[in-house]
Design a protein around this ligand. Structure first.
Ligand code: CMC
Length: 392
């Protein structure tokens, strides 16, 4: 009751207080728990950053070792669960399977579903961090008809994820540190981004006291859209389309400006950043480094750079403050690493996982949390009365 304010897309409405991530969109600043994103991306390991987001401080040596050990112990998926991955068409989108798989964890770990029990929340945090990479690698293997690989607890988190995704059971697979370092950096860049669409979804679902798996699975659904996490896949499709057509980069930019067929420059624009996305500058540098180190052809990187150069000088993009966002360069790196395009958004999900968990936990322990229940402005019919079908 009382005055209801309409704010489509929540452009001006804060839904919560949070101590996790700070963004200054005008200045292009992003900090996790106070630490600038570039310091974390250039120096940390992903699990260290996950710990920082979830618990509030960077772990010391002993704490970090204990966290790594604990996650290692839980990396296996239940053996019965393997059959689940064969129940979908092998060309089904990995995000759809991942969403279903994460909500399915609630059936195997029923002793971890109570959001009010700190012990259960602690265990579900570890289970999610441990099992989601195994699940993503299973989804990728199954899509290619390759044997599923068990986790190897002698390897580090990201190293083992890469081995499970690309290795073979009969071969010793030395994981190239170029790949591990690049993925480590990208996962850190994605680890949290305050109240974006998927995180708000996690909080919204969790606000009904739904379990953490149901809430994170809903976040995966939100992330799959091309305006959110699905943009990294859409960028690569856009670059391939430009590459394969006889269109010049300028022709494509003109199409975007004229809003022909609703075409957008994917990987550009952001609700909060009205200057360069700080994650995009790190990803751009990383794209150059990784492609060079792996000796990959970089025609698509050249197209991306030309797109950026043209767009940043063009009034359409200047007037609307449209800059490259994190998704603009990441797909190029994932592709150079050997991931198929459909796997790009699941990689984003893996990166965002600690953020979702941290936000769910903050929401559930905040005494100010209420069930999410927006109001609406009704624009339908006023009262009218039923008449028999024969008289309509
Ligand atoms: N290409 C062309 N025009 C654009 C673009 C774009 N990528 N983004 C925004 N605009 C235009 C839009 O048409 C509108 O123009 P007008 O005022 O003439 O109608 C104006 O800029 C404002 O756009 P908006 O849609 O009101 O902005 P928003 O804050 O609601 O949307 C966005 C933000 C990220 C959804 C949007 O910029 C977009 O669709 N970008 C492309 C998809 C993308 O890269 N998404 C990834 C976002 S970052 C990481 C993540 O969240 O996953």
């Amino acid at each position: 009751t009382g005055l209801v304010t309409l704010d489509s897309g929540f452009v001006n409405t804060a839904s919560c207080e949070s101590k996790i991530t700070y963004i200054d969109g005008a200045e292009g600043i992003l900090r996790y728990r106070g630490y600038p994103i570039d310091e974390l991306a250039n120096n940390s390991r992903f699990l260290e950053v996950a710990y920082l987001l979830i618990y509030g401080d960077l772990p010391d040596m002993d704490t970090y070792a204990a966290v790594v050990r604990r996650i290692k112990r839980h990396r296996l998926l239940h053996e019965d669960f393997k059959a689940f991955f064969t129940a979908f068409p092998s060309n089904g989108h990995p995000m759809a399977i991942l969403q279903a798989g994460i909500s399915g964890l609630a059936t195997y770990y029923q002793h971890t579903l109570d959001p009010k029990d700190p012990y259960q929340i602690e265990l579900s945090t570890v289970l999610l961090m441990a099992k989601v990479p195994t699940m993503i690698s299973y989804i990728s293997r199954r899509a290619q008809g390759l044997p599923l690989m068990y986790p190897d607890s002698s390897l580090q988190y990201i190293e083992d994820f890469i081995r499970m995704t690309f290795g073979m059971p009969y071969a010793n697979h030395d994981v190239d540190p170029i790949l591990t370092d690049a993925l480590n950096k990208l996962l850190i860049l994605h680890a949290d981004h305050e109240q974006n669409c998927s995180t708000s979804t996690v909080r919204m679902v969790g606000s009904s006291e739904a379990n953490i798996y149901a809430s994170v699975a809903a976040g995966v659904g939100a992330l799959s859209g091309p305006l959110h996490g699905g943009a990294n896949e859409a960028v690569l499709r856009m670059l391939s389309k430009i590459q394969e057509s006889d269109m010049t980069v300028q022709d494509f930019v003109n199409k975007v400006k004229n809003k022909e067929d609703g075409v957008r420059l994917m990987g550009f624009g952001h609700r909060v950043y009205k200057s360069y996305d700080p994650r995009a500058s790190i990803a751009k540098q990383s794209a150059h480094d990784v492609l060079e180190k792996l000796g990959k052809s970089n025609e698509q990187l050249d197209i991306a750079m030309e797109l950026e150069e043209i767009a940043l000088k063009d009034d359409y993009f200047i007037e609307r403050n449209l800059y490259p966002n994190v998704d603009f360069y990441t797909g190029l790196i994932y592709k150079a690493m050997g991931f198929p395009e459909e796997m790009f958004t699941p990689l984003f999900a893996l990166g965002r996982l600690p953020g979702w968990i941290a936000q769910y936990r903050e929401m559930i322990t905040d005494p100010a949390t209420k069930i999410g229940r927006p109001r609406q402005v009704y624009t339908g019919e006023t009262e009218r009365h039923w008449i028999p079908r024969s008289e309509r």
